[in-house]
Design a binder for this molecule. Structure first.
Ligand code: NAD
Length: 480
């Protein structure tokens, strides 16, 4: 475990076990998992040794030949997994709330969403394409599995993002070693335990540990593919580690999504949706709205409408009744959001709502709307990944589009206006993987999701995401 990742370590991980070769496995060491609502270590998770990672990789490799052969069994197993998630949404949701912080209802929804993803992939067909069939030859393009996939996930949607990887990877015929974030390992460990009954041993192995466990995975000789979701900085390390062995990579990285409001926007009508697009999961969403560009003529109205939403938001422990937004997940992130907000305020920005941390234990932060702020300030230029939203005025639309695109990020963005066709034309000019019109964060299992520029390599979801877990093969049969 790398120093500073999680604050405490001891040798027992209570009931939380890893899954290796279909067996429950304890580790020689353990690390503390903090409840972000209290800031205290609440549980311990196994800290996998290198030998245990080797065992997980060996189990995945051993399970691969049989698993890749039986497509019907794979579909059946994914459906059974979906049913388990639907049935266990409350139990898994409580684990997510404990380790991640989000309200219980949102956590249960995350689990149900993961079930929906599993069910979608269980039914997704991968037809063979025939690109030539004449007197000379029959040429087919088929998709083959790759082997063992190493999956590495972040802490914002620990279960859903794991399933975004395992559902298509397993459907395609691959086997997997999954490593969750050290901040949120418990839900993935529990997932591994629950799926021991429906997946053959070795098909899904779940190991937990610190960042260096991820580095060991990416340098390991067994996996042919690394599917990673996390920060740009780590994504670069993953790509570099994959290069010597030419492992395939899918990288889902950070974003700094702009929302551009056109001059015909009705601030009162869109404020609640804009607010949700920015503050869902307490702003800890890769493709949340992270900066709003508002026409100068409507600027005050937009700021006021968003500030009103922020003041009405109910923040508290995820286990408390009626809470809409929980704490920030972890101390480094809590400190980073605080620092970005404080720096903007010191530079002349105005807190139209919120503006700082909340009293008491835990990593609670006031839902914050920052006005009188512009590009060049870090909270506008960088990914804040938390409950603080800068609103930037503009006078010229072309300039607003240029500023929206003037970043290394390119995950997603949105354009808002009463004339939806005009808004769609502006959205088409955004340099990003998903450009929404009059909405934000609308995702589905069939809709490909990925980033342009530094926001990622490859996509997840839909047939395109499935293809990312395959190698293309041409079968060319001569008829001559
Ligand atoms: P992170 O990069 O710090 O960690 C992500 C995972 O990588 C963790 O499991 C971590 O242990 C592991 N890791 C750390 N160092 C590693 C290394 N050298 N080699 C291999 N693995 C290593 O990211 P985070 O703080 O957990 O997550 C927040 C970031 O994730 C934000 O930037 C957010 O935008 C991004 N994110 C992107 C998406 C997307 O789909 N594009 C979705 C969610 C989050």
């Amino acid at each position: 475990m790398s120093a500073g990742t999680v604050p405490e370590s001891r040798t027992a991980s209570e009931g939380h076990t890893m899954t290796i070769g279909g067996e429950a496995v304890h580790a020689p060491g353990a690390f503390g998992v903090v409840d972000p609502a209290t800031g205290e270590v609440a549980e311990h998770a196994p800290d996998a040794s290198r030998a245990q990672l080797d065992a997980a990789m060996a189990a995945a490799a051993a399970a691969y030949p049989a698993w890749r052969r039986d497509e019907a069994a794979r579909r059946e197993a994914l459906l059974a997994a979906a049913e388990i998630l639907f049935a266990r949404s409350a139990e898994l949701g409580r684990i997510i709330t404990l380790e991640q912080g989000k309200p219980l209802a949102d956590a249960a929804l995350e689990v149900v969403g993961a079930g929906v993803w599993l069910r979608y992939f269980a039914g997704l067909e991968t037809p063979t394409e025939v690109i030539q069939d004449d007197g000379a030859a029959r040429v087919e393009v088929v998709r083959r599995p790759m082997g063992v996939v190493a999956a590495i996930t972040p802490w914002n949607y620990p279960l859903l993002l794991a399933v975004w990887k395992l559902a298509p990877a397993l459907l395609a015929g691959n086997t997997m070693v999954l490593k969750p974030s050290p901040f949120t390992p418990l839900s993935s460990l529990r997932l591994g335990a629950l799926l021991r009954g429906v997946l053959p041993p070795g098909v899904l192995n779940v190991v937990s540990g610190g960042d260096e466990l991820g580095a060991w995975m990416t340098a390991h000789e067994v996996p042919r593919k690394i599917s990673f979701t996390g920060s740009v900085a780590t994504g670069r390390r993953v790509a570099a580690a994959a290069a010597p062995d030419l492992k395939r990579v899918t990288l889902e990285l950070g974003g700094n999504d702009p929302a551009i409001l056109l001059d015909d926007v009705d601030p009162a009508a869109v404020a609640a949706r804009l607010f949700r697009g920015a503050f869902q999961n307490n702003g800890q969403v890769c493709s949340a709205i992270k900066r709003v560009y508002a026409p100068a003529a409507r600027y005050a109205e937009v700021v006021d409408a968003l500030a009103e939403c922020a003041r009405a938001a109910r923040v508290g422990a995820g286990t408390a009744e009626g809470v809409q937004y929980g704490p920030i997940n972890n101390r480094p992130q809590y400190e980073r959001v605080g620092e970005l907000v404080a720096e903007a305020l010191a530079g002349g920005a105005r807190a139209a709502a919120g503006g700082g941390p909340m009293d008491g234990p835990g990593y609670f932060f006031e839902p914050t709307i920052l006005a009188d702020v512009t590009d060049g300030v870090r909270i506008v230029d960088e990914e804040q990944f938390g409950p603080a939203l800068p609103v930037v005025p503009y006078t010229d639309l072309d300039e607003a589009v240029a500023r929206a695109n003037g970043t290394h990020f390119g995950l997603s963005g949105s354009v808002w206006g009463t004339d939806a066709d005009r808004a769609a034309e502006v959205a088409a000019r955004l340099e990003c993987g998903t450009a929404w019109v009059n909405t934000h964060l609308a995702l589905s299992p069939s809709q490909p999701f990925g980033g342009h520029k530094w926001s990622g390599v490859g996509v997840e979801n839909g047939p395109w995401g499935l293809h990312g877990f395959t190698e293309l093969q041409v079968i060319h049969r001569s008829k001559l």
